[in-house]
Write a protein that binds this ligand. Structure first.
Ligand code: ZN
Length: 704
């Protein structure tokens, strides 16, 4: 474990700034703390609003993350108000939370961590609390206390497992009082508390104690085969991806529907086939060990009490379509079993009559982690970010399992303690500290022709509404630039770019597969890519006619076909939006190749609406007119042709179109994006087979 402290960086810092520095050093190493986990504190004197000097503890706020925390992430607690609690014998959670809010220096600050009293009851100015893999390997091994003693001797105090709260904090304070030589407290199935007279001392003790645990586990594991030999070797990477592109959509659909079948909650699946995952889940011992349970409450809240471990049907060759189909069938059965197991777990641990309507997790009987031997892991989350966290936490679960198995026999958090945490209001509150859902939160969209004009405006609008967007275009650099923009605006993992020629069957398939690999499925497809060509019929070359049909008709067909296949497999409805043109209803002179092909696309969309209806799949048509804004469609050539057709100068074209519509208005790409958003969202749930005009009102173009 590396000591990242740099005196040249730290020297000029003091107070909260130094606390921020130290906290970020800890947060930077995921072997020390998981997402949002762990906490740090500082006790010092501050001047209050009346100019008095008061003793204040700065403690990490609930819902913050150590690796990115800033000064505002540390609410202040008046120690003179907090310390009298040490005289109490017990305190209910809610009472404790209410009490701590009253101790806040600034009433408007974040709620302090639910582990505040762990820090507050210790007499040290700097306290670190980590949930490090290395320490968990010691505490999550049968006879963990003996391992801890072997490593630290009298330098650590031991506190048996108890849910965080008042009593655990008291116990820690008592343990420290009766262990004068202790430099840290080891919390069973939870983590480590360390401290120091200075920020640096506290941090370096954290690193030193974790390093000792790490070295001990490494020494003991030497020469031992921890997970047994390989039982199911990994298939090759391309074959693994093929399995995921076939099986992820139905899995995602099932997770979105919930065990009762009626819920519709957003779910994104993250596929991960890193070596440690393939090695663990393909090993002799892996599948059994995976069912052993989570290491700590923190792991539990992301990965649930156990993952779903898929059985590979005997004789199934996952490199073949038959093998994948057989796995799909057995996976559905394994999912049923998981739901049954979870319902049993809830019934067993719910006090009172056995009903499914217990508190907290009862309504959600589904796994967050799905392990497929030979293939990899699928992690489920309400969005891509959360799914990535779940996957990352499972890597740490494997690291703890490996180290603990090297020391002896792994021992998890007990199931009754899991249930206790899963239904604990304070933990549910902590997990709920996420931005509220937007219209398309957790949804996945693929947009064709997204590098410019209308496509780009739609991709931007969808992403701003919480959607994950596959940005596809023949212009790959343009697509990449937009995906990068969306990633920096809304977080990494919210968009990716891929080159796509919609007229190329294999390319269309590949772009959809890539989307499934990124997020597990698809909900919205905007078939937008288009190509305009202007020429009078008697002078049109066959090649130009065919080129227009390849993109403006066949392109929509290839995209619609893939959309229907995936949406039916996923079985959660979904929506196709075809960008047609006012020309479909009000064709213009010299625009035969374009208008005729777009008419074909319109008819295709209506038939998708007819065929998709029974599956809850909607298909609608956008008819924009005269959207010039950075549009690839309106090339200089097309502008000239259109101007000539209307008998005006090319420079007057936009003004001509503006004056032609009933509202005398200029139609923008953002106007079209707004219409696309409505058609994509549940707010248009009862609308299918419809043409929506965004043209400022063109009488000849009224749908009829
Ligand atoms: Zn903790």
């Amino acid at each position: 474990m590396d000591n990242l402290w740099r005196e040249d960086e730290a020297r000029s810092l003091e107070g909260i700034d130094l606390l921020v520095y130290r906290s970020r050093l800890i947060g930077r190493d995921s072997r020390l703390v998981l997402w949002g986990g762990g906490n740090t504190s500082l006790k010092h004197d501050e001047t209050d609003f009346r100019g008095r000097s008061v003793r204040v503890m700065r403690i990490k706020g609930s819902g913050t993350d150590l690796k990115s925390i800033g000064p505002e992430g540390f609410p202040g607690i008046r120690l003179d108000d907090l310390e009298p609690l040490l005289e109490r014998q017990a305190m209910e959670d809610q009472e404790m939370v209410d009490y701590l809010v009253r101790c806040l220096v600034d009433p408007g600050s974040l709620r302090p961590s639910i582990e505040t009293l762990l820090h507050g009851f210790l007499p040290f100015p700097h306290v670190d609390h980590t949930h490090a893999d290395a320490v968990l390997a010691l505490t999550n091994t049968v006879d963990g206390r003996r391992h801890v003693r072997e490593v630290y001797g009298e330098e650590s105090a031991w506190v048996p497992y108890r849910r965080p709260g008042f009593l655990l904090s008291r116990q820690v304070a008592d343990a420290v009082r009766s262990a004068p030589k202790a430099r840290g407290v080891v919390l069973e199935k939870h983590g480590l508390i360390t401290w120091g007279g200075t920020a640096r001392e506290s941090y370096e003790t954290t690193i030193a104690m974790n390093t000792r645990a790490e070295e001990h586990a490494r020494d003991r594991a030497r020469g031992r085969v921890v997970f047994g030999g390989m039982a199911v070797p990994a298939i090759d990477p391309a074959a693994r991806r093929r399995v995921v592109t076939r099986l992820a959509p139905p899995l995602r659909g099932r997770l979105a529907r919930g065990a009762g079948g009626e819920a519709r909650r957003p779910v994104v699946l993250k596929f991960d086939d890193a070596d440690d995952i393939l090695e663990f889940i393909g090993s002799e011992a892996g599948p059994q060990l995976a069912l052993a349970g989570p290491a700590t409450p923190d792991h539990l809240m992301y990965t649930r009490p156990r993952p779903l471990v898929a059985r590979i049907p005997p004789g199934a060759d996952l490199r073949t379509e038959e093998g994948i189909a057989a796995l799909g069938k057995s996976l559905a059965a394994d999912f049923d079993k998981y739901n049954d197991w979870y319902a049993l777990y809830v019934r067993k641990h719910t006090a009172g009559p056995a009903t499914a309507a217990g508190p907290g997790p009862a309504a959600d009987l589904d796994p967050r982690v799905i392990l497929i031997p030979g293939v990899g892991l699928l992690a489920a989350g309400r969005d891509g970010r959360r799914a990535a966290m779940v996957a990352e936490i499972y890597h740490h679960t494997i690291a703890v399992l490996r180290a603990a198995s090297g020391l002896g026999t792994y021992e998890s958090l007990a199931l009754k303690d899991c249930f206790d945490i899963e239904t604990w209001p304070l933990e549910i509150y902590r997990m709920s500290l996420a931005p509220p859902g937007r219209d398309l939160s957790g949804r996945v969209a693929l947009v064709t022709g997204a590098a410019g004009g209308i496509g780009r405006a739609i991709a931007r609008r969808f992403a701003a509404e919480g959607c994950h967007v596959a940005v596809t275009d023949r212009d790959e650099p343009g697509a990449r630039a937009l995906a990068d923009e969306l990633g920096s605006a809304h977080g990494p993992g919210r968009a990716f770019a891929t080159r796509l020629d919609v007229a190329d069957e294999a390319d269309v398939r590949r772009a959809f597969d890539q989307t499934i690999l990124a997020w597990g499925g698809i909900d919205i497809v905007v078939s937008n890519a288009g190509f305009a060509h202007a020429a009078p019929v008697d002078r049109m070359a066959l090649a130009d006619w065919e080129k227009s049909f390849a993109v403006n008709a066949t392109g929509h067909f290839l995209v619609a076909r893939e959309t229907l296949r995936i949406l039916k497999d996923q079985n959660t409805g979904g929506t196709l939006i075809v960008n047609a043109s006012k020309n479909v209803l009000a064709p213009g002179k010299d625009f035969a190749a374009y208008s005729a092909a777009k008419a074909a696309a319109t008819q295709l969309a209506r038939i998708v609406a007819i065929e998709g209806g029974e599956h809850g799949i909607r298909a609608n048509i956008l008819n924009p007119d005269a959207v010039f804004q950075d549009s690839a469609l309106w090339s200089a050539e097309v502008r000239e042709e259109r101007a000539r057709a209307h008998g005006i100068a090319p420079g007057d074209l936009e003004e001509f179109y503006r004056k032609r519509n009933l509202l005398r208005t200029r139609v923008t790409a953002e106007d079209v994006a707004e219409a696309a958003l409505w058609l994509a969202s549940d707010r248009s749930a009862k609308t299918t087979g419809c043409i929506l005009t965004i043209d400022g009102g063109v009488r000849e173009g009224f749908p009829r």
